[in-house]
Design a protein around this ligand. Structure first.
Ligand code: CP
Length: 293
């Protein structure tokens, strides 16, 4: 694999190889540097975690990073994204980390380029590196994905995280359920949705999603009602299964998807996800540059 565009391309064997490398990186047992490699991080949508953890991952690997953004690059003069990528390839960039708002354009964009593209989020399409760090975080708690009950809950329709994780978890043999208000359900992922009250009682992993206000044309339910109808309240958390964990890709809307006091509760792995993101992204970059994905 030259690019990482979708979780559909990631096999069980890729997953094992990335997780093993991420463990080696964390243990300090792998000495790997890509001196002389140039990467460009192009973020045309806002980001705190993905952009900065990629930057730290790249710098830790000795990679030089050029910053290309939507406000001061020649994208503002009307240059296409494809020509921008061709330009970067021509001046010696080997790796591009790309977040941009359009779903379904990456396959075309990546064709004919002699550099690797990592999809850092394509609109409501996919977010494969988030999925890989989510799966890695789950693997730290459970010995197998087979028959693990994972519920993905919230704004499913607008969530690239839901799409990437749903594909990957089903392929790994997990039982995947979905909980969402009717307006934010996505029939292409499932036609059967469960309530949050059921989700907390059956799930080993409860994966909450951010309410993506910036992608909504209208607000169907107030923020206060959202928490009590569809979010993780203190009362619901008390009914979760023994040993179950809470994930959220963040940023978190505290008091909407999850009660403020639960964000850092014992079951929460939300900040572990962020921390794992650096090692997992280092592993992904190494594997791509080695041609071993
Ligand atoms: N989880 C995630 O993608 O966060 P950012 O938007 O801050 O990168």
């Amino acid at each position: 694999m030259q690019h990482l565009l979708s979780m559909n391309e990631v096999t069980h064997s890729h997953l094992n190889s990335i997780f093993t490398r991420a463990n080696e990186i964390k243990d300090g047992t792998v000495d790997w540097a890509a001196k002389g490699t140039f990467a460009a991080n192009i973020f045309l949508e806002a980001s705190t975690r993905t952009k900065n953890s990629f930057y730290i991952a790249e710098r830790r690997l000795g990679i030089d990073v050029v910053d290309v953004n939507g406000s001061d690059s020649s994208l503002t003069k009307g240059e296409s994204l494809k020509d921008t990528l061709k330009a970067l390839e021509s001046i010696g960039v080997q790796l591009v980390v790309l977040r941009q708002p359009e779903q379904g354009v990456l396959q075309d964009l990546s064709e004919g380029l002699n550099l690797s593209i990592i999809n850092a989020g394509d609109g409501t399409g996919e977010h494969p590196t988030q999925s890989l760090l989510d799966l890695y975080t789950i693997s730290q708690e459970f010995s197998s994905f087979k028959d693990l009950h994972v519920t993905i809950a919230g704004d499913i329709k607008h969530s690239r995280v839901a799409r990437s994780n749903a594909h990957a978890l089903k392929k790994l043999g997990a039982k995947v359920s979905f909980a969402a208000p009717v307006e934010w359900q996505d029939e292409s992922l499932s036609s059967e949705y469960i309530s949050m009250d059921e989700a907390v009682e059956v799930s080993d992993v409860l994966m909450l999603l951010r309410v993506q206000c910036e992608r909504h044309e209208e607000q169907h339910v107030s923020n206060k009602d959202y928490l009590s109808l569809y979010g993780l309240t203190v009362e619901r958390e008390a009914r979760m299964k023994r040993g179950s964990i809470i994930l959220h890709p963040a940023p978190v809307n505290r008091g909407i998807e999850i009660d403020d006091v639960l964000v850092e509760c014992e079951r929460s792995r939300i900040f572990d996800q962020m921390s794992n993101g650096v090692a997992v992204r280092m592993a992904i970059i190494q594997k791509l540059l080695e041609g071993d994905l």
